[in-house]
Ligand binder design. Structure first.
Ligand SMILES: [Zn+2]
Length: 319
Protein backbone atom coordinates (compact mmCIF):
# COMPACT_ATOMS: atom_id res chain seq x y z
CA UNK A 1 0.00 0.00 0.00
CA UNK A 2 1.02 3.59 -0.60
CA UNK A 3 0.13 4.94 2.82
CA UNK A 4 0.73 8.61 1.99
CA UNK A 5 -1.94 8.29 -0.74
CA UNK A 6 -4.25 6.01 1.20
CA UNK A 7 -4.35 8.26 4.29
CA UNK A 8 -6.70 11.26 4.23
CA UNK A 9 -7.54 12.84 7.57
CA UNK A 10 -7.67 16.63 7.26
CA UNK A 11 -11.13 18.04 6.37
CA UNK A 12 -9.88 19.74 3.19
CA UNK A 13 -8.42 16.42 1.99
CA UNK A 14 -11.55 14.28 2.19
CA UNK A 15 -14.71 16.38 2.58
CA UNK A 16 -14.65 17.45 -1.11
CA UNK A 17 -14.42 13.76 -2.08
CA UNK A 18 -17.55 12.89 -0.09
CA UNK A 19 -19.38 15.81 -1.70
CA UNK A 20 -18.29 14.77 -5.18
CA UNK A 21 -19.29 11.13 -4.66
CA UNK A 22 -22.70 12.18 -3.33
CA UNK A 23 -23.39 14.35 -6.39
CA UNK A 24 -23.41 11.28 -8.65
CA UNK A 25 -26.86 9.66 -8.31
CA UNK A 26 -25.56 6.24 -9.36
CA UNK A 27 -23.56 6.09 -6.12
CA UNK A 28 -26.86 6.09 -4.15
CA UNK A 29 -25.38 7.94 -1.18
CA UNK A 30 -26.84 10.27 1.37
CA UNK A 31 -24.51 13.11 2.31
CA UNK A 32 -24.81 14.60 5.80
CA UNK A 33 -23.45 17.97 6.89
CA UNK A 34 -23.63 20.14 10.01
CA UNK A 35 -22.06 23.60 10.29
CA UNK A 36 -19.63 24.33 13.13
CA UNK A 37 -18.79 27.66 14.75
CA UNK A 38 -16.02 29.38 12.82
CA UNK A 39 -16.90 27.99 9.40
CA UNK A 40 -15.84 24.34 9.44
CA UNK A 41 -18.44 21.61 8.99
CA UNK A 42 -18.94 18.03 10.10
CA UNK A 43 -19.54 15.76 7.10
CA UNK A 44 -20.71 12.17 6.84
CA UNK A 45 -22.32 9.80 4.40
CA UNK A 46 -24.63 6.80 4.42
CA UNK A 47 -24.22 3.95 1.95
CA UNK A 48 -26.37 0.86 1.49
CA UNK A 49 -29.96 -0.27 1.94
CA UNK A 50 -32.01 1.27 4.72
CA UNK A 51 -33.75 -2.10 5.30
CA UNK A 52 -30.45 -3.97 5.74
CA UNK A 53 -30.26 -6.15 8.86
CA UNK A 54 -26.95 -4.56 9.94
CA UNK A 55 -27.06 -0.77 10.21
CA UNK A 56 -23.66 0.43 11.42
CA UNK A 57 -22.70 3.99 12.31
CA UNK A 58 -19.01 4.73 12.94
CA UNK A 59 -17.63 8.05 14.22
CA UNK A 60 -14.39 9.75 15.29
CA UNK A 61 -15.02 12.44 17.92
CA UNK A 62 -11.45 13.49 18.76
CA UNK A 63 -9.44 15.84 16.54
CA UNK A 64 -6.09 14.38 17.58
CA UNK A 65 -7.06 10.79 16.69
CA UNK A 66 -7.06 10.74 12.87
CA UNK A 67 -6.56 7.01 12.13
CA UNK A 68 -10.30 6.29 12.30
CA UNK A 69 -10.88 9.14 9.85
CA UNK A 70 -8.34 7.76 7.40
CA UNK A 71 -9.75 4.22 7.42
CA UNK A 72 -13.35 5.44 7.06
CA UNK A 73 -12.51 7.60 4.05
CA UNK A 74 -10.59 4.71 2.49
CA UNK A 75 -13.53 2.38 3.19
CA UNK A 76 -15.89 4.84 1.50
CA UNK A 77 -13.59 4.86 -1.54
CA UNK A 78 -13.70 1.05 -1.69
CA UNK A 79 -17.49 0.89 -1.31
CA UNK A 80 -18.13 3.63 -3.86
CA UNK A 81 -15.27 3.45 -6.35
CA UNK A 82 -14.13 -0.15 -5.81
CA UNK A 83 -10.62 1.06 -5.06
CA UNK A 84 -8.45 2.14 -2.17
CA UNK A 85 -7.42 5.80 -2.24
CA UNK A 86 -4.00 4.78 -3.58
CA UNK A 87 -5.69 3.18 -6.61
CA UNK A 88 -5.36 -0.50 -5.59
CA UNK A 89 -8.53 -2.52 -6.25
CA UNK A 90 -10.50 -3.44 -3.13
CA UNK A 91 -10.48 -6.97 -1.72
CA UNK A 92 -13.87 -6.45 -0.04
CA UNK A 93 -17.02 -8.36 -1.10
CA UNK A 94 -18.89 -5.14 -1.93
CA UNK A 95 -22.13 -6.76 -3.17
CA UNK A 96 -22.38 -8.98 -0.11
CA UNK A 97 -21.80 -5.97 2.14
CA UNK A 98 -24.50 -4.06 0.28
CA UNK A 99 -26.89 -6.99 0.73
CA UNK A 100 -26.44 -7.05 4.49
CA UNK A 101 -25.33 -3.59 5.62
CA UNK A 102 -26.21 0.04 5.78
CA UNK A 103 -23.05 1.95 6.72
CA UNK A 104 -22.96 5.52 8.03
CA UNK A 105 -19.49 7.04 8.24
CA UNK A 106 -18.77 10.14 10.34
CA UNK A 107 -14.98 10.31 9.82
CA UNK A 108 -14.45 13.41 11.97
CA UNK A 109 -17.17 14.98 14.13
CA UNK A 110 -14.94 17.91 15.15
CA UNK A 111 -13.40 19.18 11.93
CA UNK A 112 -13.03 22.58 13.59
CA UNK A 113 -10.49 21.07 16.00
CA UNK A 114 -8.79 18.93 13.35
CA UNK A 115 -8.35 21.90 11.00
CA UNK A 116 -6.40 23.84 13.63
CA UNK A 117 -3.29 21.78 12.89
CA UNK A 118 -1.60 20.72 9.67
CA UNK A 119 -0.33 17.33 10.93
CA UNK A 120 -2.02 14.50 9.02
CA UNK A 121 -0.93 11.99 11.63
CA UNK A 122 0.71 12.02 15.08
CA UNK A 123 3.63 9.67 14.65
CA UNK A 124 6.03 10.65 17.41
CA UNK A 125 7.42 13.95 16.08
CA UNK A 126 6.18 15.53 19.35
CA UNK A 127 6.95 14.12 22.80
CA UNK A 128 4.04 13.06 25.00
CA UNK A 129 3.84 16.30 27.00
CA UNK A 130 3.99 18.55 23.91
CA UNK A 131 1.39 16.36 22.18
CA UNK A 132 -1.02 16.41 25.14
CA UNK A 133 -0.71 20.20 25.38
CA UNK A 134 -1.72 20.43 21.71
CA UNK A 135 -4.65 18.12 22.52
CA UNK A 136 -5.99 19.68 25.74
CA UNK A 137 -4.39 23.13 25.63
CA UNK A 138 -2.09 25.09 27.92
CA UNK A 139 -3.47 26.56 31.14
CA UNK A 140 -2.74 30.08 32.37
CA UNK A 141 0.10 28.76 34.56
CA UNK A 142 1.77 26.88 31.69
CA UNK A 143 0.64 23.40 32.74
CA UNK A 144 -1.52 21.11 30.61
CA UNK A 145 -5.12 22.37 30.53
CA UNK A 146 -7.80 20.14 32.07
CA UNK A 147 -10.31 17.81 30.48
CA UNK A 148 -13.90 19.04 30.88
CA UNK A 149 -17.17 18.11 29.13
CA UNK A 150 -17.89 21.86 28.90
CA UNK A 151 -16.00 25.00 29.92
CA UNK A 152 -16.19 28.72 29.31
CA UNK A 153 -13.75 31.59 28.96
CA UNK A 154 -15.64 33.09 31.91
CA UNK A 155 -14.17 30.36 34.16
CA UNK A 156 -10.84 29.60 32.45
CA UNK A 157 -8.30 31.65 30.55
CA UNK A 158 -5.98 29.10 28.93
CA UNK A 159 -2.90 30.36 27.08
CA UNK A 160 -3.70 27.93 24.30
CA UNK A 161 -6.93 26.07 23.53
CA UNK A 162 -6.63 22.36 22.85
CA UNK A 163 -7.74 20.89 19.53
CA UNK A 164 -9.85 18.27 21.31
CA UNK A 165 -12.45 20.90 22.17
CA UNK A 166 -15.23 22.16 19.92
CA UNK A 167 -15.96 25.87 20.24
CA UNK A 168 -19.73 26.49 20.16
CA UNK A 169 -19.99 30.24 20.84
CA UNK A 170 -17.61 33.14 21.52
CA UNK A 171 -16.81 31.68 24.94
CA UNK A 172 -18.22 28.12 25.24
CA UNK A 173 -16.14 25.01 24.52
CA UNK A 174 -17.19 21.34 24.73
CA UNK A 175 -15.63 17.92 24.48
CA UNK A 176 -17.46 16.21 21.59
CA UNK A 177 -18.12 12.83 23.22
CA UNK A 178 -19.09 13.98 26.73
CA UNK A 179 -21.20 17.07 26.00
CA UNK A 180 -24.66 16.80 24.53
CA UNK A 181 -24.23 20.28 23.08
CA UNK A 182 -21.57 19.00 20.64
CA UNK A 183 -22.04 18.55 16.91
CA UNK A 184 -20.98 14.94 17.53
CA UNK A 185 -24.08 14.36 19.67
CA UNK A 186 -26.33 16.17 17.20
CA UNK A 187 -25.02 14.11 14.27
CA UNK A 188 -25.38 10.75 16.03
CA UNK A 189 -28.88 11.35 17.39
CA UNK A 190 -30.23 12.83 14.13
CA UNK A 191 -28.83 9.98 12.05
CA UNK A 192 -30.04 7.31 14.47
CA UNK A 193 -33.55 8.81 14.34
CA UNK A 194 -33.39 8.57 10.53
CA UNK A 195 -31.80 5.15 10.02
CA UNK A 196 -32.33 3.24 13.29
CA UNK A 197 -28.73 2.06 13.46
CA UNK A 198 -28.23 -1.30 15.16
CA UNK A 199 -24.55 -0.68 16.02
CA UNK A 200 -22.28 2.27 16.82
CA UNK A 201 -18.48 2.08 16.63
CA UNK A 202 -16.76 4.93 18.45
CA UNK A 203 -13.17 5.05 17.07
CA UNK A 204 -10.34 6.43 19.20
CA UNK A 205 -6.57 6.39 19.66
CA UNK A 206 -4.41 6.51 22.77
CA UNK A 207 -0.76 6.07 23.72
CA UNK A 208 -1.19 2.49 24.92
CA UNK A 209 -1.90 -0.97 23.49
CA UNK A 210 -5.01 -1.25 21.31
CA UNK A 211 -8.22 -2.15 23.15
CA UNK A 212 -11.92 -2.89 22.80
CA UNK A 213 -13.71 -0.78 25.40
CA UNK A 214 -17.19 -1.73 26.57
CA UNK A 215 -19.82 1.00 26.90
CA UNK A 216 -19.83 2.87 30.23
CA UNK A 217 -23.36 1.60 30.94
CA UNK A 218 -22.47 -2.03 30.12
CA UNK A 219 -23.49 -3.29 33.58
CA UNK A 220 -27.01 -1.88 33.11
CA UNK A 221 -27.63 -3.66 29.77
CA UNK A 222 -29.61 -6.88 29.31
CA UNK A 223 -27.58 -10.12 29.39
CA UNK A 224 -28.50 -10.64 25.73
CA UNK A 225 -27.09 -7.24 24.68
CA UNK A 226 -24.03 -7.75 26.89
CA UNK A 227 -23.33 -11.05 25.13
CA UNK A 228 -23.64 -9.45 21.68
CA UNK A 229 -21.31 -6.58 22.59
CA UNK A 230 -18.82 -8.97 24.18
CA UNK A 231 -18.72 -11.13 21.03
CA UNK A 232 -18.19 -8.00 18.89
CA UNK A 233 -15.40 -6.79 21.21
CA UNK A 234 -13.68 -10.17 20.98
CA UNK A 235 -13.94 -10.10 17.19
CA UNK A 236 -12.14 -6.73 17.21
CA UNK A 237 -9.41 -8.07 19.49
CA UNK A 238 -8.98 -11.03 17.17
CA UNK A 239 -8.85 -8.75 14.09
CA UNK A 240 -6.14 -6.65 15.78
CA UNK A 241 -4.09 -9.72 16.66
CA UNK A 242 -4.43 -10.97 13.09
CA UNK A 243 -2.61 -7.87 11.76
CA UNK A 244 0.22 -8.28 14.27
CA UNK A 245 -0.95 -5.71 16.84
CA UNK A 246 -0.79 -6.38 20.59
CA UNK A 247 -4.31 -5.66 21.88
CA UNK A 248 -5.35 -6.01 25.50
CA UNK A 249 -6.54 -9.63 25.57
CA UNK A 250 -9.94 -8.91 27.13
CA UNK A 251 -12.53 -6.15 26.60
CA UNK A 252 -12.54 -3.59 29.41
CA UNK A 253 -14.69 -0.84 30.91
CA UNK A 254 -12.63 2.36 31.10
CA UNK A 255 -12.78 4.84 33.97
CA UNK A 256 -14.83 2.40 36.07
CA UNK A 257 -16.08 4.16 39.22
CA UNK A 258 -14.57 7.49 38.10
CA UNK A 259 -16.37 10.73 37.29
CA UNK A 260 -15.57 10.21 33.62
CA UNK A 261 -17.60 6.98 33.54
CA UNK A 262 -20.61 9.01 34.70
CA UNK A 263 -20.00 11.61 31.96
CA UNK A 264 -20.32 8.85 29.35
CA UNK A 265 -23.37 7.34 31.08
CA UNK A 266 -25.04 10.77 31.13
CA UNK A 267 -24.11 11.40 27.49
CA UNK A 268 -25.85 8.23 26.29
CA UNK A 269 -28.72 7.87 28.77
CA UNK A 270 -32.06 7.42 26.98
CA UNK A 271 -30.61 8.14 23.51
CA UNK A 272 -30.47 5.91 20.42
CA UNK A 273 -32.63 3.07 21.79
CA UNK A 274 -31.72 -0.37 20.47
CA UNK A 275 -28.23 0.67 19.26
CA UNK A 276 -25.36 -1.45 20.59
CA UNK A 277 -22.16 0.54 21.19
CA UNK A 278 -18.46 -0.22 21.39
CA UNK A 279 -15.35 1.97 21.67
CA UNK A 280 -12.10 1.04 19.96
CA UNK A 281 -8.62 2.34 20.79
CA UNK A 282 -5.49 1.95 18.67
CA UNK A 283 -2.06 3.43 19.34
CA UNK A 284 -1.30 7.06 18.62
CA UNK A 285 1.97 9.05 18.62
CA UNK A 286 4.47 7.58 21.12
CA UNK A 287 3.74 4.58 23.32
CA UNK A 288 3.63 6.02 26.83
CA UNK A 289 5.48 3.09 28.39
CA UNK A 290 8.11 2.28 25.79
CA UNK A 291 8.46 5.63 23.98
CA UNK A 292 8.27 3.80 20.65
CA UNK A 293 6.63 5.89 17.89
CA UNK A 294 3.62 4.53 16.01
CA UNK A 295 3.96 5.04 12.26
CA UNK A 296 1.15 6.21 10.00
CA UNK A 297 1.01 2.78 8.41
CA UNK A 298 0.76 1.01 11.78
CA UNK A 299 -2.03 3.35 12.89
CA UNK A 300 -3.89 2.77 9.64
CA UNK A 301 -3.47 -1.00 9.80
CA UNK A 302 -4.82 -1.20 13.37
CA UNK A 303 -7.79 1.12 12.81
CA UNK A 304 -8.60 -0.68 9.57
CA UNK A 305 -8.60 -4.03 11.37
CA UNK A 306 -11.11 -2.62 13.87
CA UNK A 307 -13.46 -1.24 11.21
CA UNK A 308 -13.32 -4.18 8.80
CA UNK A 309 -13.33 -6.68 11.68
CA UNK A 310 -16.52 -5.05 12.91
CA UNK A 311 -18.23 -5.25 9.52
CA UNK A 312 -17.19 -8.88 9.03
CA UNK A 313 -18.38 -9.88 12.51
CA UNK A 314 -21.72 -8.08 12.17
CA UNK A 315 -22.35 -9.66 8.75
CA UNK A 316 -21.58 -13.13 10.10
CA UNK A 317 -23.88 -12.71 13.09
CA UNK A 318 -26.69 -10.84 11.29
CA UNK A 319 -30.10 -12.42 11.60
ZN1 LIG B 1 -10.38 9.64 21.99
Amino acid sequence: MDIAQRWMSLPHEWQPLFERWAEDPKNRLALHSWPQYGGQKVVGLTWGRSDAPVRLMAAVPHAHEPAGTAVMVNLASQLIAGRHLDGEPTELPIEEIREKCLITLLPDTNSQGRAKRSERCWDGAHDDDTFLKIVFGIAADGSRFGRYPEWSLKEHRPRQIGIEYEQLTDDLFVEPNTSRRSTHFKAITELHARYGHTHFLDMHQHEQPPAAILPADFDELSPEDQAKIMAWAKAIIQALSAVGADPRPEPVISYRGQERQRFFQDFWRGTCPGMLRLVSEVRNNLDRKTGVPTTMEQQFTMANAVLLGTIKHLMETAT
